[in-house]
Design a binder for this molecule. Structure first.
Ligand SMILES: NC(=O)c1ccc[n+]([C@@H]2O[C@H](COP(=O)([O-])OP(=O)(O)OC[C@H]3O[C@@H](n4cnc5c(N)ncnc54)[C@H](OP(=O)(O)O)[C@@H]3O)[C@@H](O)[C@H]2O)c1
Length: 241
């Protein structure tokens, strides 16, 4: 494998994912821009390349098994390996998501993308990641998935989002189990929270910029070999489960 580090960022055509790709690109990394829509993907790749990132497009719908397998083949072909996977793509499922009234189809769709999509893409990429001397897997979670924060009196965690928030709790559990299974491989697996960031996801209501939101993923993607695994972090340090 070449000395240049290679990353795949899912949902990299906009928002935080785009800035993660740009940030890793600025470190000299080669970045696969995972995105499901050809036009949005091509536009992002073009913009990243214009900014100096060695970017290439990776057609990827995380909710589709065939797409994930094809993405791994494309990366093997184009880049010859993979060092870092950032599982960033996610949907909220829309609002409201009150537990007592939510449409089960909404919960199913959100879990399919935000949790099963991560498992699907991770398992498709693992053969490539196992070939890296210092592989990292970063799962973009959220503090709204923290059961400790959700149940601590006095902390405002926003409206009840039984599909989205619970999908991030589920994702954190997935992070822990991957970290345990891969514990002796050197592959570090962590969850990150970007903070409340102004993107399409929340109608641009967030208070952080996408670049600020990307910082924790870049940090976790570039952990040293003796860095943590199986943790949940934001820019301030450890986030409680
Ligand atoms: N923004 C926040 O305040 C905040 C807070 C905590 C955590 N997060 C997490 O941070 C991550 C990035 O969020 P964001 O705010 O940047 O959201 P965003 O702007 O809505 O971007 C989401 C990305 O995911 C992609 N995506 C959704 N479903 C997909 C699928 N099935 N296959 C492939 N790509 C798919 C979207 O692609 P399309 O353009 O094709 O839809 C888009 O590129 C998410 O995991 C989110 O849960 C965000």
């Amino acid at each position: 494998m070449s000395a240049q580090r290679i990353a795949l960022v899912t949902g990299a055509n906009k928002g935080i994912g785009y800035e993660i790709a740009a940030g890793l690109g600025s470190l000299g990394w080669r970045v696969g821009v995972g995105a499901r829509d050809k036009q949005r993907r091509d536009t992002a790749v073009e913009k990243l390349r214009a900014g100096g990132t060695d970017a290439f497009g990776v057609p990827l719908d995380v909710a589709d098994e065939t797409s994930a397998v094809a993405a791994a083949e494309l990366i093997a072909d184009r880049a010859g390996g993979l060092d870092v996977l950032v599982n960033n793509a996610a949907i909220t499922g829309g609002m409201p998501q009150t537990p007592t009234t939510v449409d089960p189809a909404t919960v199913r769709a959100v879990v399919e993308t935000n949790v099963i999509g991560v498992i699907r893409v991770t398992n498709a990429m693992l053969p490539l990641l196992r070939g890296s001397a210092s592989a990292r897997i970063v799962n973009m979670a959220s503090s709204v998935g923290s059961l400790v924060l959700q149940t601590t009196p006095g902390i405002d965690m926003g409206p009840a989002l039984v599909a989205y928030s619970a999908s991030k709790t589920f994702l954190n559990a997935v992070t822990v189990h991957y970290a345990k299974e891969l514990g002796d491989t050197g592959i570090l697996v962590n969850s990150g929270c970007p903070g409340y960031t102004a993107t399409d996801l929340n109608g641009f209501q967030g208070v952080r910029t996408p670049r600020q939101g990307a910082a924790i993923a870049i940090h976790l993607a570039t952990l040293p070999d003796d860095g943590p695994t199986g943790g949940f972090f934001d820019d301030g340090g450890t986030v409680p489960w």
